[in-house]
Design a protein around this ligand. Structure first.
Ligand code: ADP
Ligand code: MG
Length: 338
């Protein structure tokens, strides 16, 4: 029998102190008081609405510790919340992290620091402070994280899912299907991705929330609606149509395909493109007369279809193939308890 591992169990206080050491230093305009007291104190600028979003990242559900490097898990935990703010055109103001760690993980500083490396690097990139949270021992042997993001948008101007009109053009940022494709590659060989870096184009491990694009859409008044692609195109476009009481058609040949799709069989690639979740690109609509720029916030924009009047006689979303054939597109993306 091998001897028990030499670990130094880290208590809650030691973990909070480690997190706090890594976030102090920089001053943020809206943050009066960060980690260390009973509450954080924020001073949102006047004339703005406060936007709030919260997202779970649960081991076994959203990530696996044997597939995802700790840095990727930290990055993805924050990216989920930032992407929701991006979808509303908001500017992030502060993040709050609730973390439940199994005893064995708490005793292994490397995992926590890897997680924080990923989370804090993305936070720095978008100038958002980690302003507080909660730390607890997990009830089982799985890591549970919950991120809360607060953001601001000029009063009354946040981009919503309601507001698309028949005739509006439908656009997406970036490329689609890459996150699902990379997840499939990860399933085949987790070891291959151990050295993945955020700048190495890893749409699943290190998705880039489109904050600059969302803020630019809001500032320039370009969009009638906006949503982020977290559940997959088919599902999120259905959400947008329901939110606006409209229908939509999309042209399959127009969809901007991730290069990773070339590494998949055609049927799997098509599924990843239409239903694959977690690309965290933005899906938005704008009146046809709006001259849409080719790129926004450094990301390419692609027109993929048109909003139609909703009618009982036709499906909510239809695809148009290169040969002109139309087919209904049922939501086939991510849904819990499905
Ligand atoms: P309290 O018991 O008063 O709720 P805690 O001991 O839980 O306070 O937390 C102390 C401070 O550390 C608080 O400012 C809290 O926001 C912060 N904190 C706790 N856990 C985390 C975490 N996982 N990430 C960021 N800040 C945290
Ligand atoms: Mg607490």
């Amino acid at each position: 029998m091998s001897p028990p591992p030499k670990t130094h169990p880290a208590g809650e206080l030691a973990i909070i102190a480690a997190i706090r050491r890594r976030v102090t230093g920089k001053a943020y305009p809206a943050l009066r008081l960060g980690i260390g007291d009973d509450c954080a104190i924020l001073a949102p600028p006047s004339g703005h609405d406060l936007l709030v979003t919260t997202d779970f990242s649960l081991e076994g559900r959203h990530f696996r510790r044997d597939w995802h490097p700790a840095r990727s898990i930290g990055h993805r935990t924050l990216a989920r919340g930032l992407s929701d703010l991006a979808a509303m055109g908001a500017q992030p103001m502060a993040a709050f992290l609730s973390l439940a760690l199994p005893r064995a993980v708490a005793a292994e500083p490397r995992w926590l620091h890897g997680f924080l490396d990923g989370l804090l690097a993305l936070a720095r990139q978008h100038n958002v402070p980690l302003a507080g949270g909660d730390t607890s021992q997990a009830p089982g042997d799985q890591v549970l994280a919950d991120i809360v993001l607060l953001g601001i948008a000029p009063a009354g101007a946040a981009l919503r899912r309601s507001g698309a009109r028949p005739g509006d053009a439908i656009y997406v940022t970036g490329r689609l299907g890459g996150a699902a494709a990379e997840l499939e590659l990860l399933r085949r060989d987790p070891k291959f991705f151990r050295r993945a870096t955020p700048d190495g184009q890893h749409p699943h491990l290190f998705p880039q929330p489109r904050l600059a694009a969302g803020q630019s859409l809001l500032r320039r008044g370009l969009a009638t609606t906006c949503i982020d692609l977290s559940d997959g195109l088919s599902t999120d476009l259905a959400h947008l149509c329901t939110g606006s009481g409209v229908a939509a058609e999309i042209r399959l040949a127009a969809l901007p395909r991730s290069q990773l799709l070339r590494r998949m069989a055609p049927t799997a690639a098509r599924h990843a493109l239409l239903h694959g979740g977690e690309d965290y690109e933005l899906l938005f609509t704008a009146p046809q007369r709006v001259a849409m720029p080719k790129t926004l916030g450094g990301v390419p924009l692609t027109r993929i279809g048109t909003i139609l009047r909703s009618a009982r006689s036709r499906p909510q979303v239809v695809t148009i193939a290169a040969n002109g054939k139309r087919a209904p597109l049922a939501p086939g993306g991510w849904e819990h308890f499905a």
